[in-house]
Design a protein around this ligand. Sequence first.
Ligand code: SF4
Ligand code: SF4
Length: 163
Amino acid sequence: MKDLIEEWKSKKDGAKINTKKKILSLANQKAKEINNKANQVHDEVFNQLDCLDCANCCKSIPPLLNDTDAKRIAKFLGIKLSRFKEEYITIDDDGDTVLNTVPCIFLEGDNKCKIYEVRPKACREYPHTDNNQFMRNIKLHMENISYCPAVYHIIQKLTDPSC
Ligand code: SF4
Ligand code: SF4
């Protein structure tokens, strides 16, 4: 089986930029059709790679956090919400509430997540390529090609089925 993570790592920036251009070719197509295909291709790609061999999202992108996430995680950690907010949360340049460390403070040495059962919704849904969300998140995918091998390969398969 091809090592999709190593293949993504070996791609030069130029190849990743070309993939970003390819995604624009999808923007004019029927959203429902592309979303359906993306759901399928998402599963194919994630069946071929193991996030525990990667964890690049957890190492590179602070996840968004909503109030429900914060309450759930604080409870899991056994600390007050106010303390959790003080110690673990910040507001980023876009005004979004995010976890305050990169790599994520909850990422363990073996790439497992210390709070996996209660992780933020944004982590559970990353990279937002399935559940009929693909077309809604096209701009995000363009950024994520540089961070997530799965996104890179999903776009390749969607735009060139021979990949
Ligand atoms: S960056 Fe993508 S492939 Fe890597 S761990 Fe995150 S979701 Fe999985
Ligand atoms: S909370 Fe867990 S899944 Fe989310 S970024 Fe941190 S280590 Fe990764």
